[in-house]
Write a protein that binds this ligand. Structure first.
Ligand code: DSN
Length: 443
């Protein structure tokens, strides 16, 4: 018999589910490369009244009254981000990485222009995708997306072949790209910005670098320094290797500031989530203080996890180059199943990863629901205080699920035991709350 739920039933159920999620994550190994766990300080900022206000425009030039304190926080957020990225100009208003990329498209291209980016199996993000695939660049801004040449063995952009592609577009077709977008979602090794930026500039292309995944590593002085290597702007996420709230930002030079500001507002945002700006500011202060030590440990952990997985028999992508220089590890798991199935098996053992399209998957007939890869990231487990020896334990848990096919219930029991020692946040000013502690503020 169907019993109609009351509003109270829904209300209580939602809180039950929220609390259940927090309790579950306390005993999981979180390895999604695009996530992180914010400090209690960031969570406090997110709960503030800033989240209920409007502040369209730039600090001091708002469309609304009531922004006395909001303006001060946003200016501090900008100041912190400028220090973090040694930059002349930062716009912290984009509400996501996609919004930041779309603002760059708006500022520096016209619909129907050509743009250069990585294809999704080679590491590109959906925001750089073609119209046919409903990617933001093609479907929203009408750009014609062309691909960088990619070297699968190097897991990187092929410099010489890419130059040939652009020369052909410019000389034979009289239609060079207007924008090159480095960076992406599967991102193991620094991209050849230094090798290509001058060449792209010689065709009047704007050079952007999507650092959504690696922004915390760049801020911490690891990986690469795109603005000094020739990029005109960085777009970023504030919640992957930076441990802030979900959001975006654009980092660039003063000469581009007016175009970027207009593209962000009114171009691509109305109000810009002011509680998130406060959270970004707190996370930037944490990064300024702890970012170097954190970024170094993230990369050490990624290398240790990759090495341990390799020694246990996994095909770890990028072997010849030391597996990774970022927080990410990519596994080719076609010998054991497909990415979709194995992602779910690992989840049953409280190991949270995501399936990943790898270079060559589409040609091999694989699809994004059942791709040939898994992607792992070490940024969140590093925030929980884990070190290289813990990476070896994690590799063993993953092997037990994927290679040994042990019952996931059995592995899960050991994962829960392992996780008990890692409940606190590291690289933060305030460590009072546990990382995934559920905070109840209703009566
Ligand atoms: N799709 C996300 C990632 O995991 O890379 C970023 O938006």
């Amino acid at each position: 018999m169907h019993i109609e739920k009351s509003p109270e039933d829904y209300y209580n159920k939602i809180f039950d589910l929220l609390e259940a999620h927090h309790n579950w994550f306390r005993s999981c190994i979180p390895l999604i490369a695009s996530e992180n766990v914010p400090s209690a300080a960031v969570r406090e900022a997110l709960m503030s009244d800033f989240g209920n206000r409007y502040a369209e425009g730039w600090p001091g030039e708002r469309v609304y009254a009531g922004c006395v304190y909001i303006d001060q926080v946003e200016l501090l957020c900008i100041e912190l981000a400028k220090k973090l990225f040694k930059a002349e100009f930062v716009d912290v208003r984009p509400t996501s990485g996609v919004c930041a990329n779309l603002s760059i498209y708006t500022a520096f291209t016209q619909p129907n222009d050509r743009m250069l980016a990585l294809s999704i199996p080679n590491g590109g993000h959906i925001s750089m995708g073609k119209k046919d695939f409903n990617g933001t660049a093609g479907a929203v801004h009408g750009l014609r997306v062309e691909y960088f040449a990619f070297n699968k063995d190097e897991m990187n952009i092929d410099v010489d072949q890419t130059k040939k592609i652009v020369e052909k577009m410019a000389k034979d077709e009289h239609d060079p790209p207007k924008l090159a977008m480095f960076g992406g979602s599967l991102f193991l090794f620094p991209h050849p910005v230094k090798e290509l930026a001058d060449f792209f500039h010689s065709y009047d292309m704007f050079v952007c670098y999507d650092s959504a995944h690696v922004s915390g590593l760049i801020a911490g002085g690891k990986f690469q320094d795109p603005l000094r290597e020739g990029a005109d702007a960085l777009t970023l996420s504030t919640h992957k290797t930076i441990f802030g709230p979900q959001g975006g930002a654009i980092v660039s030079f003063e000469k581009y500031s007016e175009r970027i500001k207009k593209a962000v507002f009114p171009g691509n945002t109305s109000n810009h989530h002011l509680h998130s700006v406060a959270g970004k500011a707190i996370a930037f202060a944490e990064m300024l203080k702890f970012g170097k030590e954190y970024a170094e440990q993230v990369v050490r952990n990624a290398k240790a996890l990759a090495q341990a997985l390799y020694e246990k028999g996994f095909k770890v992508i990028g072997e010849r180059k030391g597996f990774t220089e970022s927080h990410q590890i990519a596994l080719n798991i076609v010998d054991y199943g497909d990415g979709g199935t194995l992602e779910r098996e690992l989840e049953k053992a409280n190991i949270i990863v995501n399936r990943q399209l790898l270079p060559g998957d589409i040609q091999a007939g694989r699809h994004y629901t059942h791709p040939g890869g898994l992607r792992l990231g070490t940024q969140e487990v590093t925030r929980l205080g884990m070190k290289e020896s813990d990476m070896r334990e994690i590799a063993e848990f993953i092997k037990r699920v994927i290679i040994d096919k042990e019952p996931t219930e059995k592995v899960k029991r050991d994962v829960i035991e392992f996780r008990k020692s890692y409940q606190k946040i590291h690289y933060a000013f305030d460590k009072m709350l546990d990382a995934y502690e559920y905070v109840k503020i209703r009566g």
